[in-house]
Design a binder for this molecule. Sequence first.
Ligand code: MN
Length: 255
Amino acid sequence: MSSLAQLISDLASGAVRVVDLTQPLGPDTPVIGLPEIFAPSPGFSMEEISRYDDGGPGWYWNTIRLGEHTGTHFDAPVHWITGKDLPDNRCDTIPAGRFVGPGCVIDVSGDAARDEDFLLTPARIEAWEAEHGRIAAGSWVFLRTDWSKRRDPAAFLNVREDGPHSPGFSADATRLLIDRDVLGVGVETVGTDAGQAGSFDPPFPNHTLMHGAGKLGLASLANLDQLPATGSLVIAAPLKIVDGSGSPLRVLALV
Ligand code: MN
């Protein structure tokens, strides 16, 4: 049997399950806030075109409007200035093969519960590798924080007087993942950098370094607690937006 025939059989029997890593996308979907000197990204809105009425007696459809980086979404390398001149750096030009890869889940949910500003370190990645094996080139690396279980948008964004507080990656952890030649990272928080990362050196190190290295990002993921540490196959394909810097998407894991 070919590997695809085996996979089809396993999907039919339930031996392989499809886990949806995507949050619902609607008007209540939280959007990252920026300091007022910067342009804000609009959240999701929807306007009805017709619903079995005079506008279309037999059909229902809508117009949607949203920032590219809304809800569960994809960050292309061109999103950051460090990735702006790389080849194949946009939603429509990234080779489709780079949207599929094995999933590695680093579970720091306990740490994030104790410390909302928790940062993944190289030592923590190496401890994970000692248990699960070296992160393979071409992997999606997911930071499981259980942050997606914060259903209240205010608790999810967790903004205080000194800005947002949420877990993420240290600059050196990002450098180690680039050294492993991962496809990219995925997080449960609103963006791939920690809430306080604007004050890091460099600022927003995950965006700055990963996109500068041509790597991809996935934000606002859900259900990472349903994935094994290794052994899943993840499909994360953005809309083919011409010159797009990112896109909402449906992220699926075969488990
Ligand atoms: Mn983004």
